[in-house]
Design a protein around this ligand. Structure first.
Ligand code: SF4
Length: 351
């Protein structure tokens, strides 16, 4: 990376910038061709920026990024990057987490309106009320939460370590687990913990991948492995199918997005059914091109993730927008809950 960094507010020039338009669905007007790719590389260099892309981003954004991964891995890469600016191609809570872990860096998101239905399923006020109903309870939050919710959290967790985090808590203390009900049900099943209360939140994309779709696909592809994200509505069905002998138990893998990439590299299967957001398949095909990856639900596409368009990334790098801000008091409290998770070990991967 160059040492000549541009402040976040600097407007850098590109002949493509005037083609960028705002539509009801986000920034549009630029095709991800070779000229676009060359401009993105040049602008990132001029802005001294590292581009990070989540596994659910569209293919061209994943391909142009310096790093692709899950939310927590990318936030940790952001903290160790040697550039002044981080461009986070993902949804807003992910860019906030990067800012929490890198308070001295400029963190940009190509479209600040890229939200998350799961993170929005619990507000700071709702968590305050819930805590007051359970004094003394330990609050465990999945990383898909806003900075304000993380600041009221005792310890964060990822889908990789949620079971370990809950198991590490004094069995006599109540646990409030949020915001995802499917991940919560998975943790309760694995730990057998009865004094654990689960918030009834869900991601509308993952909840839309259901047990019927999974059993139909498993029946149509009898030899296939199943990679299932624990946020999915079908996670319970996958375990049920295995328990009933409908699919071989060792073919069902409940995995975070980062875990899916590792499992793909290690898999000897010729066919894998994937139950998560469909952007994930781009990265899996790159990791293991010899495997045929099939989406359990081809319509499971996150509209927020897809707001990070080629046009949005170009505008972000030229204009230095949208900047992500987290007030220092909230950031410090939120950082504590993330660091306590890392201290427990095996932070693995977020979404
Ligand atoms: S896929 Fe679901 S959990 Fe992930 S960013 Fe989209 S809405 Fe949020």
């Amino acid at each position: 990376m160059t040492s000549a960094s541009a402040p976040a507010t600097t407007i850098l020039s590109s002949d493509l910038r005037e083609k960028v338009t705002r539509t009801a669905h986000g920034w549009d007007g630029v095709a991800p061709d070779e000229h676009w790719a060359a401009e993105i590389r040049r602008l990132a260099e001029e802005r001294d920026a590292t581009i990070l892309a989540h596994n659910y981003q569209v293919g061209p954004i994943q391909d142009i990024a310096h790093h692709v991964g899950d939310s927590l891995a990318l936030s940790r890469i952001a903290a160790s990057a040697d550039t002044e600016t981080i461009v986070f191609c993902g949804v807003h809570f992910m860019a906030e987490t990067a800012k929490i872990l890198s308070p001295d860096k400029t963190v940009l998101i190509p479209d600040a309106e890229a939200g998350c239905s799961l993170a929005d399923s619990i507000t700071e006020e709702q968590l305050r009320d819930w805590r007051s109903e359970h004094p003394g309870a330990v609050v465990v939050s999945y990383v898909n939460t806003t900075a304000a919710v993380k600041a009221l959290t005792d310890v964060c967790c990822t889908s990789s370590n949620a079971v370990d985090v809950v198991a590490s808590i004094d069995p006599d203390r109540e646990v409030l687990f949020l915001p995802d009900q499917f991940l919560g049900a998975h943790v309760r099943r694995e730990t057998g913990r009865e004094n654990m209360y689960v918030w009834a939140g869900e991601c509308h994309v993952h909840a839309g991948i259901n047990g019927k779709q999974l059993s139909d696909q498993a029946e149509a592809h009898p030899g296939a492995e199943l990679f299932v994200h624990p946020e999915c509505g079908c996670a319970t069905s996958a375990l049920y199918l295995a328990g009933e002998g409908a699919v071989e138990e060792d073919k069902v893998k409940i995995l975070s997005t980062g875990g899916m990439v590792d499992a793909a590299r290690a898999s000897g299967s010729s066919e894998v059914l994937v139950a998560t957001e469909i952007g994930m398949i781009h990265q899996l095909r790159k990791a293991a091109p010899e495997i045929d990856f099939l989406a359990v639900n081809e319509n499971a596409s996150c509209p927020y993730m897809k707001m990070i368009t080629p046009a949005a990334l170009l505008r972000c790098l030229t204009d230095g927008a949208d900047a992500v801000h987290v007030d220092p008091v909230t950031a410090e409290a939120a950082r504590g809950s993330v660091e306590r998770m890392i201290a427990i070990g095996n932070p693995g991967s977020g979404e």
